[in-house]
Write a new protein. Structure first.
Lengths: 302, 261
């Protein structure tokens, strides 16, 4: 069952189509990584989901209810962090949380709890305007978690954090997901940043979904070799033999490059060259890592 | 919905803590009375005669409200409304506010209610200041007796109420403009232009149709020198009408914005 679903979302700024039929499906209890390069449409999608941008086409269903008809009831169960931190800089961290505690009517002790969770317990009377960017980001995450929401929508929550802070936030999100069953939709433009966190992935580029599925499904794409490189005692003759076998090799003066082929074909190719008295000095297989798959999906690699 | 409004109002009240708008209300409330005190202490020789006069309180009231009704109240309403609304723009928090489980009407009315409360607070502090401007010179200058004239509570309360009603159109129009523009200078600039334009139009017989004119016209109603044309209609009723009109149009503009935050 899906916690959040967008149905054919389309959004245009003038004649420019920013979202072109986006169908997100975020399963209940998942940590969904929403990936794409800058300007791909991640933030616009999240803003449309939360009603910060007027919906032009399509629908948004959260907890099985449409945002069009149940906006307030849905938002009671959702915590958000969109883009840069949203905090009142003339107030302290506690006051920032207290004003939201009034709205959500959650227990007052939650303020101290979430401050402790994000490591801001000791900020006392220091005004939020004097916080570092990392502290502001932590406070924003505390705000999103204050009312113990069932769904967290976080747009690049680790912006401004140092590597240690990123690791802490990753642990915190994993803990919320494991212990509280919180569904998390988290966006990033860096796969490496969230590949150890998420259970599901959606990849968007130029307003279109390029991939959506579990992390395991994304990793399955790794098992196909992306290219094979050969170095032999007689590269010219080897190239002729490969052409005779129906392959399409290219020679750059150092290596013979072949398009992706299966592992058993690589072994057969090696045997064939040896049987034809060609010394094979090197066979290297370039496999896809996740970053390469990501780059391929968004069309950033040729 | 009412419970949501109460909670939202409490939340808005916390936002005002230590804000520039709240400091301005406090400083604005005591500004004119402080000047009155300073002048009276400088010209203390006149005080025994002034304090013995039958119309002491009314005279003090008129002296205090002259600058307030014409200058400080309209300017204060323009600045305070713009500053309170600016808190969300300045802190980049509109997106957070619009992602809260609140109806748009609750968000709109709660913030407007806070502005009206701050305005009421200004009136309380201003009245307290007027009273202090009578008491402080009496306590500091030897030979000055406490005013013998009775304190006209009812009249002062009535005039306070009328001035409050008369500045409501300024608040509603400034609120509407301030919600629309991220740049603080736009609502303040428009407000000051409308106020200056109103000042220049006072002798015009239709000046009473200008929404920024009512505090000034209320103060000048007994002015014998014809500084302003006599209004052809009940200005307090017009003020309420404009307030409702601007508040409703403002909400429509707020609710139909395609990009929120």
């Amino acid at each position: 069952m899906d916690c959040l679903q967008t149905i054919d979302l389309v959004h245009r700024y003038g004649s420019q189509t920013v979202l072109d039929g986006v169908n997100l499906r975020v399963p209940v209890g998942s940590i969904y990584g929403f990936l794409g390069p800058n300007g791909a449409g991640k933030t616009t999608t999240m803003r449309v989901i939360l009603g910060l941008l007027a919906r032009q086409h399509g629908d948004i269903v959260i907890f099985g209810q449409s945002m069009r008809t149940h906006r307030v009831a849905i938002l009671r169960r959702v915590g958000t962090l969109i883009e840069s931190p949203s905090i009142y800089e003339h107030l302290t961290a506690t006051e920032n949380l207290a004003l939201l505690q009034k709205i959500y009517q959650c227990p007052v002790h939650r303020i101290a709890e979430v401050l402790a969770l994000v490591g801001l317990s000791g900020t006392g009377s220091k005004r939020a305007g004097r916080f570092s960017l990392g502290m502001k980001q932590r406070l924003s995450i505390a705000i999103a978690m204050l009312h113990d929401p069932q769904l967290l929508v976080l747009d690049e929550p680790t912006n401004g954090l140092d590597p240690n802070g990123i690791a802490e936030i990753r642990e915190l999100l994993r803990h919320l997901n494991d212990e509280h069953g919180t569904t998390i939709l988290v966006s990033s433009h860096l796969l490496a940043e969230i590949d150890r966190l998420v259970t599901h992935v959606g990849i968007i580029d130029h307003g279109k979904m390029r991939f959506q599925g579990t992390m395991a499904e994304l990793k399955n794409l790794q098992h196909t070799a992306r290219a094979v490189a050969l170095r032999t005692g007689d590269d010219h003759r080897a190239t002729q033999i490969l052409v005779e076998r129906g392959l399409h090799p290219t020679y750059d003066g150092k290596h013979i490059a072949l398009p992706p082929i299966a592992d058993h074909e690589i072994a057969a190719l090696n045997r064939h060259l040896v049987e034809r008295n060609i010394d094979v000095h090197e066979i290297s297989v370039q496999r896809n890592d996740l970053e390469a798959i990501f780059m391929d999906l968004i069309g950033a690699r040729t | 919905m009412i419970a949501d409004f109460v909670h939202s109002f409490q939340s808005e009240w916390i936002k005002q803590k230590r804000s520039l708008a709240s400091w301005m209300v406090i400083a604005g409330g005591f500004f004119t009375p402080a000047i009155v005190i300073v002048i009276r202490l400088l010209y203390h020789d006149e005080l025994p005669r002034i304090y013995a006069a039958d119309g002491f309180w009314q005279s003090l009231w008129n002296a205090s409200w002259e600058s307030a009704a014409i200058f400080f109240l309209p300017m204060g309403a323009i600045l305070a409304t713009s500053l309170i609304t600016q808190i969300e723009f300045k802190n980049n928090t509109w997106k957070q506010v619009h992602a809260l489980p609140l109806h748009l009407a609750v968000i709109y009315v709660a913030k407007l209610a806070i502005i009206l409360l701050m305005l009421a607070l200004f009136f309380v502090l201003f009245n307290l200041g007027i009273y202090l401007s009578a008491i402080v010179p009496y306590l500091l200058v030897p030979g000055v007796s406490f005013p013998s004239a009775p304190f006209p509570y009812a009249n002062f309360l009535k005039e306070d109420g009328l001035f409050y009603v008369d500045c409501l159109p300024i608040v509603a129009l400034q609120y509407m403009i301030s919600l629309r523009y991220r740049n603080f200078l736009v609502p303040v600039g428009i407000g000051f232009m409308l106020w200056v334009g109103t000042l220049g139009s006072l002798p015009w017989k239709w000046a009473f149709v200008l929404p920024y004119s009512y505090t000034i016209l209320n103060y000048l109603k007994n002015e014998p020198h014809g500084k302003a044309a006599i209004p052809l209609a009940n200005i307090h009723g017009l003020a309420i009408g404009y307030f409702l009109l601007f508040a409703i149009v403002g909400f429509w503009m707020f609710a139909t914005r395609k990009e929120k935050g």
